[in-house]
Design a protein around this ligand. Structure first.
Ligand code: GAP
Length: 547
């Protein structure tokens, strides 16, 4: 079962070093996150998989890495200076600032100190707020010497269309793929990685003959759904939103948004697949009147290029249409983590210990029902969550941790007793595990010495670790800081597909001489263990890590 709440993912990411709030030591910077040792591996693996599928596994794609800073005119003719706006309102009482199109109520629902509440302030009239960040260029900051931080990577591709076309001699249809940073001055960054001010995009601009665009749009819709499924976000967890005409971006003839059902956040866009027509190449071209453009573009008096393609069959220069699959790395990573996350029972607890937890939970809920200090909403939410756990014990026991972290739970003294009953069971009978696709897992293999002071066992384990990581290119860690069971749990929680243990048999000092030169390999998902000869370890692991 995937994650039930975003808190589970946020807490795991912080606890284990996937993702940290940006600039935390100075109180943070809203809308920014840093990828820690495990996060950077996972992110790189997701991007590499996208690149392999879209660039290496196809015959019709080139790659690109364009500069983030571009001539300001790019953003004038792309339409972003004029239209990349959010409608913004201010609360006249608490001064909170909101997107007008996202407000459910006519009055403000914050406290004057901007916590959830009911400030009931009226809002100002909406006004447009451009979401592009500006930065000064050169030593003198003035109104003209600035550049924007790109709000999408796409324009770097359009600006290089002619360069790529002439240097690769590509024929239509073909695409250009790019992965890189994008920046948006979001009014309300929120929901962890979901809405941030600095993020990575994986974008393709796929250039096609006008008239073939609709068929290619369908092709890319299917190709992208297939890729999400291949990285662990199944088709049935994604809905397709055919964006209505009045919600389309200024460049789009039609857009399919792929919507993922994030826990706690709800159904939200993970990727957009737009038919951008001849809008962008046409917008950035000179001599537009001669180009038979179908899109309505602003007149361009600054471009030095005609971004056209010579169609040898029709003996004519034309402006290709563009299909654009554009995915956010952070949103993708979040969906992959949510799908992979599980809290599982490894062996059923003894019935009397379970009964004791059930009784502690019932007493806790009774106390919640009587408590008059918490808000009615907190009470209802605690009761709902608690009753759903009670109805599904022992499987739902791990949700006790979420229950005790909910607002209002700290007001109940019996929470301590519940934790005291539940924690030992959780430690002994449950595990948190990330069932990540092995090729995405941040760490591929963990190597443990059965005895951490035994010179030969330690040397063999370290040698295996070095070999796998340096020569076989698998991110491998060495850990000797606990009992084997505890080390397994630690690796399960970060999704490590295989744990290798070096023991006395490995070094020929065990009871069974036939096991000399072999190690135990434990599989994360099945928890089954196998003896594998050290000489065959690389091949054994490589075959499984391709999945
Ligand atoms: N070039 C087209 C484009 O940028 P978009 O729908 O605005 O289209 C594409 O963005 C993807 O980028 C989104 O589907 C989402 O995954 C990601 N994205 C956009 N804004 C984001 C933000 N503020 N934080 C995180 N990801 C974001």
């Amino acid at each position: 079962m995937p994650a039930l709440s975003m808190d589970q993912i946020v807490s795991l990411c912080k606890r284990r070093g996937f993702i940290f709030p940006g600039s935390e030591i100075y109180g943070g910077l809203q809308g920014t996150y840093d990828f820690g040792p495990l996060g950077v591996e996972l992110k790189n693996n997701l991007i590499a998989d996208w690149w392999r599928t879209n660039v290496y596994a196809r015959d019709d794609m080139e790659g690109l890495d364009a500069a983030i800073l571009m001539n300001r005119l790019v953003w004038k003719y792309s339409g972003h200076e004029q239209t990349f706006n959010d409608p913004l309102v201010d609360c006249l009482v608490c001064k909170g600032r909101f997107r007008a199109d996202k407000l459910a109520d006519a009055r403000c629902l914050l406290h004057p100190d901007q916590r959830p509440g009911t400030c009931e302030g009226r809002f100002t009239e909406p006004r447009d707020f451009n979401m592009m960040f500006k930065t000064a260029i050169g030593p003198v900051a003035d109104d003209e010497a600035f550049a924007y931080l790109r709000p999408e990577t796409a324009q770097g591709i359009f600006a290089n269309f002619a360069n790529v076309l002439t240097t690769t001699s590509r024929k239509l249809p073909f695409g250009i793929a790019q992965v890189g940073k994008a920046f948006r001055n979001e009014i309300n960054p929120r929901n962890f990685l979901f809405r941030v001010r600095e993020f990575d995009q994986m974008e393709i601009e796929f250039f096609v003959l006008p008239g073939t665009d609709e068929a290619w749009h369908e092709h890319w819709l299917q190709a992208r759904l297939d890729w999400w499924a291949s990285v662990g976000v199944p088709r049935e967890r994604i809905t397709i939103y055919d964006v209505p005409a009045d919600e389309l971006a200024h460049y789009s003839k039609r857009t399919y948004d792929l919507m993922y059902d994030y826990p706690s956040i709800g159904v939200q866009e993970i990727e957009g697949i737009a038919n951008r027509t001849d809008y962008d190449l046409g917008s950035h071209s000179k001599d537009q009147a001669q180009l038979n453009l179908t899109a309505r573009v602003n007149a361009n008096h600054d471009s030095t290029a005609r971004l056209t393609y010579y169609d040898a069959e029709r003996k004519t220069h034309l402006v290709p249409y563009v299909i654009e699959p554009s995915a956010g790395v952070g949103r993708g990573l979040l969906a992959v983590l949510c799908e992979a996350y599980a809290e599982e029972m490894t062996k059923p607890p003894a019935p009397e210990r379970l009964t004791a937890v059930g009784e502690a939970l019932a007493a806790f809920l009774k106390s919640v029902g009587r408590n008059e200090k918490m808000s009615p909403q907190q009470r209802d939410e605690l009761l709902e969550q608690g009753q759903s756990i009670a109805a599904a014990l022992p499987e739902r026991l791990p949700a006790v941790e979420t229950l005790l972290a909910m607002p209002g739970a700290d007001l109940i003294d019996l929470g301590k007793k519940l934790r005291g009953q539940a924690q030992p069971l959780l430690d002994e009978h449950y595990r948190t595990v990330l069932h990540l696709r092995p090729r995405l897992a941040p760490v591929k293999v963990a190597v443990f010495p059965l005895k951490r002071n035994h010179e030969k066992i330690v040397a063999t384990a370290r040698q295996i670790r070095r070999q796998l990581q340096l020569e076989n290119n698998m991110r491998t860690v060495y850990d000797d800081t606990g009992a084997i069971g505890k080390l397994y749990r630690r690796q399960d929680e970060i999704g490590t597909p295989f744990c290798v243990t070096v023991d006395f048999d490995t070094i020929g000092e065990g009871k069974d001489g036939s096991l000399t030169g072999t190690v135990t390999v434990r599989d994360r998902d099945t928890m089954a263990q196998e003896r594998v000869a050290i000489g065959e370890l690389q091949g054994y692991l490589e075959a499984k890590l391709r999945n």
